[in-house]
Write a protein that binds this ligand. Structure first.
Ligand code: CP
Length: 303
């Protein structure tokens, strides 16, 4: 058994195998059934990640122990690591965790040692979102069959997006040409190691993939929220009719969702033919099956 915390800690060869495995599940390959037990602990709200992990766990045969962090003994002050030790003590093998604290797992790993379940990161603050990243990779690979030389732009709230952080690094490692656009105050300096910051419409017609990011109102400052102008943002960084029509025929648009309709993407294009947004969600189940299997190390022949 092993943890799955950051897709960029998985070597590229195994990432490609995870993609293939997810696509095999999508094509109907049946997984080996497990008799392991899992708990999903979501300290931050979620629709897609939480429900698709549950679906993936059901398909793999996991027993689920339901824990609601808000009504657990953590509300009495019990720490996350003691909660995880408790879950391990009662027989939980895997804990899928979403938490608002970036890199929450560092402290858990250093103090929990082997007394905690195997951890799967379902999103940490503005840090990483490895299962979203894998489903995004599956969606791109499904469309193009490779990453090498693809022109991929990530647009929007780069500063607060764990999706952008996970994807920028892994996509560059897999050979994509990465560029980024978004408001200047949301451009993390360290992203320049993965690609160039460019004006929104630069080389627009050459892009293969445009990945829009949700404006994360819960993570931006009160001042930024008070001064945020939806129409202005949409005009500068949103997908509108002109931009949609200028994309090349095979290009796809993506968004991790939830989408702020008419902010990042005009309502009429959320489900347009180039959009893969709901396909991303479908792929999320299969990507998470591959991740759980990787965590269990049951697919020895593959990895
Ligand atoms: N994309 C994503 O993480 O969605 P949820 O917050 O609904 O899980």
């Amino acid at each position: 058994m092993r943890h799955f915390l950051n897709i960029n800690s998985v070597n590229e060869s195994d990432v490609l195998k995870l993609i293939q495995r997810a696509l095999a599940f999508k094509s109907g390959v049946q997984p080996d059934q497990t008799n392991l037990t899992v708990s999903n602990l979501f300290f931050e709200n979620s629709t897609r990640t939480h429900s698709s992990f549950q679906m993936a766990e059901n398909k793999l045969g996991f027993q689920q122990i339901r824990i609601d962090p808000q009504s657990s003994s953590m509300s009495k002050g019990e720490s996350l690591v003691d909660t995880l030790k408790t879950l391990k003590a009662i027989g939980v093998d895997v804990a899928v965790i979403r938490h608002s604290v970036t890199s929450w797992y560092d402290n858990v790993l250093s103090t929990g040692g082997h007394a905690i379940p195997q951890l799967v990161n379902a999103g940490d603050g503005s840090g990483q979102h490895p299962s979203q990243s894998l489903l995004d990779l599956v969606t791109i690979y499904e469309q193009f069959g490779h990453f090498d030389g693809l022109n991929i732009r990530i647009v929007g709230d780069l500063m607060h997006s764990r999706v952008a952080r996970s994807n920028a690094e892994i996509l560059k490692k897999l050979g994509a040409n990465m560029t980024f656009s978004g408001p200047e105050n949301w451009q993390p300096k360290d992203f320049s190691q993965f690609g160039e910051f460019v004006v929104m419409d630069k080389d627009w017609e050459q892009l293969d993939v445009v990945m829009f990011l949700r404006v994360q109102h819960e993570r931006i400052t009160q001042t930024e929220n008070q001064t945020f102008l939806t129409k202005q943002y949409h005009a500068k960084f949103g997908l509108n009719k002109l931009r949609y029509e200028q994309l090349k025929a095979q290009a796809i648009i993506m968004h991790p969702a939830p989408v702020n309709r008419d902010v990042e993407i005009a309502d009429e294009f959320v489900e347009a033919s180039k959009s893969r947004i709901f396909e991303q969600m479908t792929n999320g189940v299969f990507a998470r099956m591959a991740i759980l299997e990787y965590t269990m190390e049951t697919n020895h022949a593959t990895y």
